[in-house]
Design a protein around this ligand. Sequence first.
Ligand SMILES: *Cc1c(COP(=O)(O)O)cnc(C)c1O
Ligand SMILES: [Zn+2]
Length: 339
Amino acid sequence: MSQYVKGLRCRECGAESEIAAVHVCETCFGPLEVEYDYAAIKQVFTRELIESRPRNIWRYRELLPITGEPKIGLYSGYTPLVRADRLAAALGVDELYVKDDSVNHPTFSYKDRVVSVAISKAIELGFDTVSCASTGNLANSVSAHAARAGLNCYIFIPDNLEQGKVIGSTIYGPRAVAINGNYDDVNRLCTEIADKYGWAFVNINFRPYYTEGAKTYGFEIAEQLGWKLPQHVVVPTAGGTILPKVAKAFSELTDLGLVTGHAKIHSAQAAGCAPVITAMHKHTDLITPVKPNTIAKSIAIGNPADGYYVLKAVRESGGWGESVTDQEIVDGIKLLART
Ligand SMILES: *Cc1c(COP(=O)(O)O)cnc(C)c1O
Ligand SMILES: [Zn+2]
């Protein structure tokens, strides 16, 4: 597999660097992105090959940044794309699907995709300790995958996290560190200590590999629609990992000649934490961090690491974005359940 990963490249200045536990460019501090040999991938990566493989994230392995066999995540991904006809009728659209990552294995959120890739890479690069800064779901997933792989695990979480989320992690036996502050405070602390201890922080020094795992969301949507891109996709935005990677997945599949169509990509945020939507509506690239205040805790990230790239991907696709109040979120949950 190694022949398909060429190295890392800076998204801003284009400088190249070797595969390692690094996430920012040495020259300009821009974010690093995994580079693939698409010409070589095109020779082997067919719909038939993909469809012949087990239904997990690794069926798209040529477009994921690992070398050799996957170490973990053998049951993650390939979640149902549920056709929701009654919801479609209620909303006045013809065809509507819900990608249900609440049944992702093993911890019931999309984080199992990104964590599987990051920890596979951490094992490959010889790390024995994995870690993360988290609003909850990520800590659950890192704890579970570390347990499965027999790795040491440290999770850093805000000290006001819901008890259910805390237990969802601590049951796996990580060292849990509660920080007196919100997610953005936790993340800032972790950024400072990531290099110091030689740990694999899945969403910091392993961020280039971690974010690539989010592409599997886009790959699956395209495959589950019969290798056609949807006309529109609505993606929630917190740190901004998923949305640009769904865009990247669609453009990779398009360039490899595996799909038809064009998708407009739309971002959704909670009104109580909508720094990206605010910038979008002001037609600016400048994202002003906010202090989150919403019941949607999983997406309450006031200073999104990849917010700029969300704006870019939405604009390039011809999409848009909106924020919704907590009351609208509750109404939406009820409508989804009823229909
Ligand atoms: C992490 C998470 C998100 C947001 O993802 P980002 O990639 O950080 O934008 C959305 N929904 C759920 C349930 C999550 O756990
Ligand atoms: Zn650079």
